[in-house]
Write a protein that binds this ligand. Structure first.
Ligand code: NAP
Length: 522
């Protein structure tokens, strides 16, 4: 099997040998991925000149309906996708569901947003700025679809969700997209796009797919285009410094590394519901998607007197985690996505252990429930304790992209917030407490360093959606190390693909515009 790219409205094979697609459970080669010879200028021009105009001829409601239809096609093929995710990403059923159902759910949310915006092509912000004393001259702000293409460069860990969460927002905004999945796991993205193309839902040029290396795509970006990137901060830095990205200056959104934290409140002693809720969530961080979530908990800050209790509770949980072949009954921790990621995680782990003690795990697991220990890419669920987080550096700055977390003590509320901020900007932090004053105080202190803050008390113990789960209604992205990006957030997500324009004029003109627009703030 060699994955093809969908460009210019047809499927094209790369002309090179390409890179191998692997099964990370046993090291088997599944196929190749290659984009050699694909013309990046033609690919982006098709989105810009054919897909964009076709989408913008439709209203928000009509574009939303396209997203609804895509969600239906993906739902119908869900079982096949879960199998690809198992083979190519080493996903368990739970892992695959987070990626695939996350994609379908996000498409449905944006389909509903499109419906609620209605049969218009314009958004107008609420409010009126009076610019003259007699009220005869004023201003309003309108949002119109930008006319460039959207280039989406995605990370390996979410070949389904990462693809569709970006595409959904671009298409609803009226912008044609070219998606480039990470090569290692491109099979799932490829199959999904193939099914959607075959269903004939989208207008020509609305969605293209490049499977293989994507460096040359950057050369084809133009000033009104959009570059939305998810991946490592190293690649992000290279993209930002690319000569054509600097020269053409397209809009850029970066989602990168994140050393996310969770904080246990002083009230959450062993035996309380919030203590258990934190342990449950940290336990998930050590198994779900083998810890390969950008939003995963990496650092756990607990009141110093509770350090031993949290450590022991987590160690007991880890002892129950079965690691191995995701096809085996009861396995909840599969392999990392490939040997390269395994090496990177083990290298990062060795840096963390310069500052922290290993309580459980710490390398390749000794025993596996199925899978190949030598040829597979397994990393044991690893619990570290760092006694002096104020003196540590790697623990706060190095994202080990695997099932690894570090528990650390704090003394006072201000210390907990300051330690969380040492992540240098993260996607998400969570606080587990029933103490409203503590929760509100910490939330205010850490918010400048985070894109999202989850506060869990007993009352939301069952309802909360989890530390790592990105909800399309809420903004996703974080400052600093996390890339300074912002995606999703319901209607707010459309802001990246739309132009805000102040329109100055008479009340009659402004009212006429308002009658043509949906009201909203992006
Ligand atoms: P990566 O190595 O940076 O690759 C990301 C994407 O960039 C891939 O599609 C890759 O293509 C492409 N790429 C690499 N070099 C490029 C270049 N010179 N020009 C154009 N494209 C280039 O990251 P990854 O290993 O896939 O993903 C892991 C990282 O992503 C982690 O650090 C994680 O935190 C981060 N992440 C962040 C979020 C978020 O939402 N903030 C979500 C998920 C993951 P190839 O695969 O073809 O090389």
């Amino acid at each position: 099997m060699k994955l093809e790219s969908y460009v210019g409205g047809r499927w094209v094979k790369g002309r090179g040998v390409g890179r191998d697609l692997m099964n990370p459970t046993n090291g088997d080669v599944l196929g190749q991925v290659d984009a050699t010879g694909i013309d990046p200028h033609a690919a982006l021009a098709h989105a810009r000149d054919v897909g964009g105009p076709a989408l913008r001829a439709l209203t928000f409601a009509q574009r939303g309906d396209l997203l609804r239809q895509i969600a239906e096609v993906l739902s119908a093929n869900r079982a096949e996708y879960a199998e690809i995710a198992r083979l190519n990403s080493g996903n368990t059923g739970v892992d695959a569901a987070i990626d695939i159902d996350g994609a379908i759910g996000t498409l449905k949310v944006y389909a509903r947003i499109g419906k609620s915006l209605g049969d218009v092509r314009l958004i107008m912000e609420p409010g009126h700025e009076a610019l003259s004393r007699d009220g005869g001259f004023g201003a309003g702000h309108i949002l119109t679809s930008r006319t460039g293409a959207a280039l989406h460069i995605n990370a390996f860990n979410f070949p389904a969700w990462g693809l569709w969460e970006k595409v959904a927002v671009a298409l609803l905004s009226g912008v044609g997209a070219v998606a480039k999945p990470a090569s290692a796991t491109a099979w799932l993205s490829h199959q999904m796009v193939r099914d959607v193309v075959e269903a004939g839902i989208l207008p020509q040029g609305a969605l293209s797919l490049v499977c293989g290396a994507g460096e040359e795509l950057l050369d084809a970006l133009q000033p009104f285009d959009h570059l939305a990137f998810t991946g490592s901060s190293g690649t992000a830095a290279r993209l930002r410094a690319h000569p054509n990205v600097l020269a053409a200056a397209p809009r850029i959104n970066i989602e990168a590394d994140s050393v996310n934290a969770t904080i246990l409140g002083p009230d959450a002693r062993p035996g309380t519901a919030v203590f258990d809720l934190l342990v449950q969530e940290a336990d998930k961080a050590l198994s779900v998607k083998a810890g390969q979530l950008c939003t995963n908990i990496r650092r756990v800050f607990v009141p110093a007197p509770l350090l031993d209790a949290v450590r022991d509770a987590l160690a007991a949980r880890i002892d129950q985690i079965a690691v191995g072949d995701p096809a085996e009954e009861g396995v909840s921790l599969g392999p990392l996505v490939n040997a390269r990621q395994q090496h990177a995680a083990l290298h990062g782990l060795s840096r963390l252990t310069e500052e922290a003690r290993v309580i459980r795990g710490g390398g390749v697991p000794d025993r596996l429930a199925g899978g190949d220990r030598e040829r597979g890419a397994f990393v044991a669920a690893t619990l570290l304790v760092c006694e002096h987080p104020d003196q540590a550096r790697f623990i706060h700055e190095m994202e080990v992209f695997g099932p690894v977390l570090t528990v650390m003590p704090y003394e006072a509320q201000a210390d907990a917030a300051a330690l969380a901020a040492r992540g240098g900007g993260s996607l998400v932090a969570s606080v587990f407490t029933n103490d409203v004053e503590f929760a509100a105080g910490v939330a205010g202190d850490i918010a400048p360093y985070h894109g999202r803050v989850l506060i869990v008390d007993e009352s939301v113990g069952k309802a909360h959606t989890g530390h790592a789960i990105v909800m399309p209604q809420c903004v996703h992205g974080g400052p600093g190390r996390a890339g300074n990006g912002q995606e999703l957030g319901g209607l707010r997500g459309l802001g990246f693909y739309m132009q805000r324009t102040a329109v100055q004029g008479s009340p009659v003109i402004l009212e006429r515009l308002r009658s043509m627009a949906a009201e909203g703030t992006v």
